[in-house]
Structure formats: C-alpha cells, structure tokens
Design a protein around this ligand. Structure first.
Ligand SMILES: N[C@@H](CCC(=O)N[C@@H](CS)C(=O)NCC(=O)O)C(=O)O
Length: 217
C-alpha cells in the first residue's frame, strides 16, 4: 500500500499478465497506483535487486495490497475476488468455476509462458516469430474447441470472468506476433465484445502511465 492506502501494482504497459490484473482492478473499481517496471530498459528492471526482493521470479505483475505482496496474476485475481467479491470473476457454480479455471490455465500455463520474453530470448531472434506463432496457434486451436461448449457472450456464459481477463491480452499478443486469427471465430467474437467494455479499455496497454508517447491512443 502507498501512504494514501492505495494498493500498488508493479506493471509494464505491454505485459499481458499485468493487463489481466489491471482489468480485474478496473472491473472491481479498485483504485491503485502503478509502479512501472520496464522489462526492456537497462537490461530489464525486473532483474534489479529491489524488484527481486518483491518477486524472486523476476516477473510482473506484483500487487501490494492489504499488507501483503502477491505475485502470479491468477493468484492476484483470485485474492481480489475473495476479498472484494463484486462483481464475481469466478462464478458461484462449481462447474462454471472449473471451466473458468480450465480456460485461464490453458492460457496462463499452456500458451503465455511459451511465448514469454525470457523464452523468446532463448529461442533467438531468427526463430522467435515462428515459435510464438506456433505456440499461440496450437493453444488457440484447443481453446476455440473448448469455447464452443462453454461460451455465451463471453468465455463462460454471459458474465465476464477470470477467463476473459486472460483471453483479451492473449489475443493482443497473437496480433502482435501476426498470428492468423481467421480460424478462431469464437475467440474473435468474444474478444470484440470484451474490448467494447470500459474495464478493458482503461487497462489497455495503450493507456498506461508508462505507455510510450508513440504508442498512446
Ligand atoms: N505466471 C506469471 C507469468 C508472469 C510473466 O510471464 N510476466 C512477464 C510479462 S507478461 C514478465 O515479467 N517477463 C519478464 C521476463 O521474461 O524477463 C503470471 O501469471 O503472473
């Protein structure tokens, strides 16, 4: 917390995982301060001793709230949902909740880590675009089929859930890596509906305190 009592989000404008948390905070109307961690500048501020003391995984997001420090975007979102339950991001119905967690983990464990900055550095400049396109396409192929049985207006039924917080930033990553989204009509439809919501607009990478001027919208 800051002296003002507001939670602090350690974030990078372009981080898809930080975007998940920013949209959760926006949906729940939680006022917070952003502490930008530039993942590129000076070799990456996530590697500083100060930041590693907060998150030994050297990744954003990290949220300081209620006297604790939480890393891992899904753990943060679940904590927010348990302590500030309105609107719910994990449905009350255990079957729907399982679907939300399945989709969230598909993206957060099965796609994003494979195309994360650290992995792409290891893959190397020459191969990283095809690598990222491949892992996203494989994951989206599976996700598209799952959504055909879980989706309503959004990923699971007609309420915005944690699964949607994971979907929107992952589609943005797909667009950034020029993945052909034509085969994924359900993913495209849901993403379009979500991007029309204010919570996804205010949390968008082009509107963050650390967004460079040339990328602002
Ligand atoms: N499982 C973590 C993943 C966090 C993650 O991958 N963060 C990326 C940005 S989206 C990062 O900080 N990368 C820094 C690096 O790879 O050096 C979460 O959900 O929060």
């Amino acid at each position: 917390m800051t002296e003002s009592g507001k939670p602090i989000l350690y974030s990078y404008f372009r981080s898809s995982c930080a975007w998940r948390v920013r949209s959760a905070l926006a949906l729940k109307g939680i006022d917070y301060e952003t502490m930008p961690i530039n993942l590129i500048k000076d070799g990456g501020q996530q590697f500083s001793a100060e930041f590693q003391a907060l998150n030994p995984m050297k990744q954003v997001p990290v949220l300081k709230i209620d006297g604790i420090t939480i890393g891992q975007s899904l753990a943060i979102i679940e904590y927010l949902d348990e302590t500030r339950p309105t609107p719910r991001l994990l449905p009350q119905d255990p079957r729907k909740r399982a679907s939300v967690r399945m989709i969230s983990n598909l993206i957060a464990s099965g796609i994003q880590p494979l195309q994360n900055l650290g992995v792409l550095k290891q893959v190397g400049q020459e191969k990283q675009l095809t690598w990222a396109q491949n892992v996203i396409s494989v994951g989206f192929g599976a996700l598209e089929r799952i959504l055909q049985s879980t989706a309503g207006e959004y990923c699971v039924g007609d309420e915005v859930t944690m699964a949607d917080l994971c979907l929107v930033p992952q589609v943005a990553n797909a667009e950034r890596y020029k993945v052909d989204l034509t085969p994924y009509s359900t993913i495209r439809r849901i993403n379009k509906s979500l991007l029309a919501l204010e919570a996804f607009q205010v949390s968008h990478p082009c509107r963050q305190p650390d967004t460079p001027a040339e990328l602002r919208a």
